[in-house]
Unconditional design. Structure first.
Length: 160
């Protein structure tokens, strides 16, 4: 049975070749739902990279939208039901999903490129986590880039 990824990859490669004349690029997948981490070994059979979309992954892991958190997140934080806003800094459960996805993906494809995209990519503790699990890159909003670069440098220095 053809997977959704394989179906879309054919379309991407066909369009890139015919319309743009491109043939030197990578096709990968966004890892935005918990199930993707559970089946990452199979996804890595064909995907050339994983990009963990942590905003959506956080929403799916918690079962609530970040658009709706204004009504209850302050109370959750005040009552210490959560240590931090999971949309501001990566939550430990989401970190476990990311870690699992990387481990399973790289078990199948050891040279698999992995990274993170979203606002977490510019948050220092999250960047340190990304370095610790061996991510190849972080991506974030332009205004967060200086913070992300500093956090990445600190993560490398702390390792030594």
């Amino acid at each position: 049975m053809e997977t959704e990824y394989n179906h879309q990859e054919k379309i991407v490669r066909n369009v890139a070749s015919k319309i743009k004349g491109l043939d030197n690029y990578m096709v990968g997948t966004m890892m935005e739902i918990p199930r993707a981490s559970f089946v990452a070994d199979r996804i890595a059979e064909t995907a050339e990279f994983f990009s963990f979309g942590t905003n959506d992954l956080t929403q799916m892991a918690f079962g609530f939208s970040r658009d709706d958190t204004g009504g209850f997140m302050p109370a959750y934080l005040e009552n210490e039901l959560l240590p931090e806003d999971p949309f501001a800094s990566l939550d430990e459960g989401v970190c476990e999903l990311v870690k699992m996805g990387i481990e399973r993906g790289r078990k199948t494809k050891p040279d698999l490129k992995v990274g993170i995209c979203g606002e977490h990519g510019g948050e220092p503790k999250s960047v340190h986590f990304c370095h610790g699990v061996g991510m190849d890159y972080v991506s974030c909003s332009p205004f967060r880039v200086p913070i992300a670069r500093l956090a990445a440098a600190q993560a490398v220095l702390n390792e030594k």
